[in-house]
Design a protein around this ligand. Structure first.
Ligand SMILES: NC(=O)c1ccc[n+]([C@@H]2O[C@H](COP(=O)([O-])OP(=O)(O)OC[C@H]3O[C@@H](n4cnc5c(N)ncnc54)[C@H](O)[C@@H]3O)[C@@H](O)[C@H]2O)c1
Length: 292
């Protein structure tokens, strides 16, 4: 049976770790040819190889997509290698410092703006001429924090609010070319970011983040990849300008209802994708917790 993305060509940014790795595997399993962008020391080659070993078609494209030339090159590489572009997934992003605003470093602010906002703008800008030819799709990583804000990393939530509005603007103007644009807005996902051992959150923030969901657990990268696959597919042909919340109920929670969920119900589903880098996303980053 043909996959729901059969014959489509997709670029996925930040595809070496976390949710991006899962999107890459999911898209490949659904029949897409994938180009995997990531920072030069991200394991994008590794993910591409794993996909090829599983019978898929994947090309790694190491480079900083917040850099104009690298972003342009990534889009050109996809079109040269696979002949067209149907889907751009702006998944790359960073969560590098936790601090109250008065203590938040200017360096972390600049990095957050650059990697979350500039990367999304540049990739979208360079991909659109090709997406207009295929009636393609742009999907970007929003977040519940783009609506609710992110205490102790307020600049991060701000970048996600930008991405929400940016995707709506792109959806509005690109509809005339048959191009759709949407955001996937996760809550806490089981990647490096939401564990105190692998990211800047401390024990208290980690606990509150998970307890703030209605479902009482983190979402998995694969659960997010399933949504990206649907929105990228022709099955979502009438969905544009949407903020697709997949936040375990964070935006409707009033307190800590997740704490009431019995352990068996709060178990994550068994993974089916061969993910090896779920918690690797911050390995090559300098992260810091400035909470006192
Ligand atoms: N993990 C969560 O709880 C969560 C919640 C809401 C939204 N999101 C969004 O989902 C996306 C992925 O998050 P994740 O948890 O999988 O993160 P992750 O750190 O595991 O993966 C992100 C990848 O993007 C790469 N990247 C960052 N800047 C880049 C750039 N300029 N060029 C190329 N690659 C770059 C990183 O190096 C990393 O490999 C992010 O946009 C994030 O904001 C995550």
């Amino acid at each position: 049976m043909a996959g729901r993305l059969q014959g489509k060509v997709a670029i996925i940014t930040g595809a070496g770790a976390g949710i991006g790795e899962a999107i890459a595997h999911k898209f490949a399993r659904e029949g897409a040819k994938v180009v995997l962008a990531g920072l030069p020391d991200d394991p994008v080659e590794d993910v591409a190889r794993a996909i090829r070993e599983n019978g898929g078609e994947a090309e790694a494209c190491p480079g900083d997509v917040a850099d104009e030339q690298a972003a342009r090159r990534c889009v050109e590489k996809a079109v040269e290698r696979f002949g067209k572009l149907d889907v751009l997934v702006n998944n790359a992003g960073v969560f590098i410092e936790v601090a109250e605003c008065q203590d938040y470093s200017v360096e972390a602010f600049d990095q957050t703006i650059r990697n979350n906002i500039r990367s999304t703008f540049l990739m979208t800008k360079f991909a659109l001429p090709h997406l207009q030819k295929t009636r393609g799709v742009v999907l970007s990583a929003g977040s519940e924090s783009g609506e609710m804000g992110e205490g102790n990393n307020a600049p991060y939530g701000g970048t996600k609010g930008f991405i929400h509005a940016f995707m709506k603007g792109v959806a509005f103007e690109q509809g005339q070319y048959g191009v759709r644009a949407n955001c996937v807005c996760p809550g806490p996902i089981d990647t490096a970011w939401t564990h105190k051992e692998t990211g800047p959150m401390d024990a208290q923030m980690e606990k509150m983040t998970v307890a703030g969901t209605v479902l009482g657990r983190r979402g998995t990268p694969e659960e997010m990849a399933n949504i990206y696959a649907f929105l990228a597919s022709d099955e979502a042909s009438y969905v544009t300008g949407a903020l697709w919340y997949a936040d375990g109920g964070t935006t409707i929670a009033k307190g800590g209802p997740g704490q009431q969920v019995p352990g068996t119900l709060a178990e994550q589903p068994q993974p089916t994708l061969p993910l090896e880098h779920s918690h690797d996303g911050l390995k090559n980053k300098h992260t810091e917790n400035r909470l006192h």
